[in-house]
Design a protein around this ligand. Structure first.
Ligand code: FAD
Ligand code: UDP
Length: 378
């Protein structure tokens, strides 16, 4: 073995694929029973509808290198992501756009009129100097829209005072003074034509790649454990960085999700793939309805059944799957300590969402894996 990769998500698989393509023998271990990390999907058995096991995954990128790379393993549908949100029993389009603003104020503002109304309402903070999510949110859309669509949803999702969350979390969403309600701004967007798992399996399908599932790096009873491998073979580690060091600099805060899946006896439950619930009195953040991600598969989907999944968010305990880095000021201090420890770990390379404690999307995980391969490992 030339390289051990801990974690078979997009980061680990991109490194594995590049290493194997250049003639290196690679072993990938994952503690789950399947490859693909959080992008894994499978068909719901009763309906045959593809379900994204860890929440809806939408591929989008403006990076030509990443787009060329991913197209080696899959084609993409022409799916364009749009999200709606339910506030006080009324449905509004997201991200905040002219349609949202006019519906909220029961108005017919032109783009310039809407800009000046929002400017007036947003005067408390300047977007350039915003120090946290709350200041940035108010600076971008003004307090009334912030309180309706962002404040309580964010509280449900992060369970952290928005003044302790980084401004970048809200900067992920565009604000538009047109009726364009595409959720993403990227050049390329789509869903893998024959599903995420087919894509992921093609990345791992190489005689020089050996995948061992249900294998935990920290389980001393399996031969590829940490004590037996560090210092003996180069390692790419994509699990949580604090866990690697046994929380030596304190546990970082992570958010986990609980999913409640249900097959509904109706052809169409909500008429759209993702409906957010903005208000505090609804305990879940959003409902995914998977058949809407693939309208081109309509003839394969049952006409009288649909699969929905409610998403609940909470802090991760030690035994939960960590999904999102919370990134409070305390976490950022802890992360600096872990980065220092990581620098001292010879021939161990930390990558991916968990290994770098960064809110990475798939294209970012793949892009940073390609850079790590080219710049550090090749
Ligand atoms: P992961 O996919 O998390 O893979 C890490 C792997 O490491 C896991 O399989 C884990 O089991 C394994 N592992 C951890 N510890 C150990 C250990 N001790 N031993 C062995 N294996 C271990 N991105 C988008 O672009 N669009 C989206 O719409 C989108 N939606 C998302 C929704 C949710 C709910 C989540 C959580 C993420 C979403 N993402 C989305 C992000 C996307 O999942 C990640 O960017 C991408 O999967 C990151 O890949 P990764 O390899 O870094 O991590
Ligand atoms: N957000 C919100 N209301 C919404 C949608 C998003 O307040 O209806 C905020 C929330 O803080 C969230 C962030 O915007 O964490 C980023 O949203 P995104 O949909 O990108 O989150 P993800 O899909 O990664 O969970």
């Amino acid at each position: 073995m030339d390289l051990l990769i801990v974690g078979s998500g997009f980061f680990g698989l991109t490194i594995a694929e590049r290493a194997a393509a250049s003639g290196r023998r690679v072993t990938v271990i994952d503690r789950r029973h399947h490859i693909g990390g959080n992008a894994y999907s499978e068909d719901e058995p009763e309906t045959g509808i593809e379900v994204h096991r860890y929440g809806a995954h939408l591929f989008h990128t403006s990076n030509p290198t990443v787009w060329e790379y991913v197209n080696r393993f899959t084609t993409f549908t022409d799916y364009v992501h749009r999200v709606y949100t339910n506030h006080k029993g009324v449905v509004f389009p997201l991200p905040i756009n002219l349609g949202t603003i006019n519906q909220f104020f029961a108005a017919a503002y032109s783009p310039d009129e809407a800009r000046s109304v929002i400017h007036e309402l947003a005067g408390e903070f300047d977007a350039k100097d915003a120090r946290n999510l709350e200041e940035k949110g108010i600076a971008l859309i003004g307090r009334p829209l912030y309180e309706a669509f962002i404040r309580d949803y964010t509280a449900k999702q992060w369970q952290t005072d928005p003044r302790n969350l980084p401004a970048e979390v809200i900067s992920r969403l565009p604000v538009r003074y047109t009726y364009d309600n595409r959720y993403f701004n990227d050049t390329w967007e789509g869903l893998p034509t024959d599903g995420y798992t087919a894509w992921i399996e093609r990345m791992a399908d190489h005689p020089l790649i050996d995948v061992k599932l249900s294998t935990d790096f920290f389980d001393d009873t399996q031969p590829l454990n940490k004590a037996a491998t560090v210092g003996r073979v180069p390692i790419v580690y994509t699990g949580p960085i604090d866990r690697y060091f046994d929380d030596a600099a304190g546990a970082l805060s992570w958010r986990t999700l609980d999913f409640e899946q249900e097959v509904m006896p109706v052809g169409d439950f909500q008429g759209t793939p993702v409906m957010n619930y903005a208000d505090a009195d609804v305990p879940f953040t959003r409902i995914h309805e998977f058949k809407h991600f693939h309208p081109e598969r309509a003839d394969r989907h049952p006409a009288d059944k649909t699969v929905i999944m409610r998403e609940f968010s909470r802090f991760a305990n030690r035994d939960d799957e960590p999904y999102y880095p919370v990134n409070t000021p305390d976490d950022r201090a802890g992360l600096l300590a872990y980065r220092e420890l990581a620098r001292g770990e010879k021939d161990v390379f930390f990558g991916g969402r968990l290994g770098t404690y960064q809110y990475l999307d798939m294209h970012m995980a793949i892009g940073s894996a390609l850079s790590m391969w080219n710049n550090q490992l090749a």
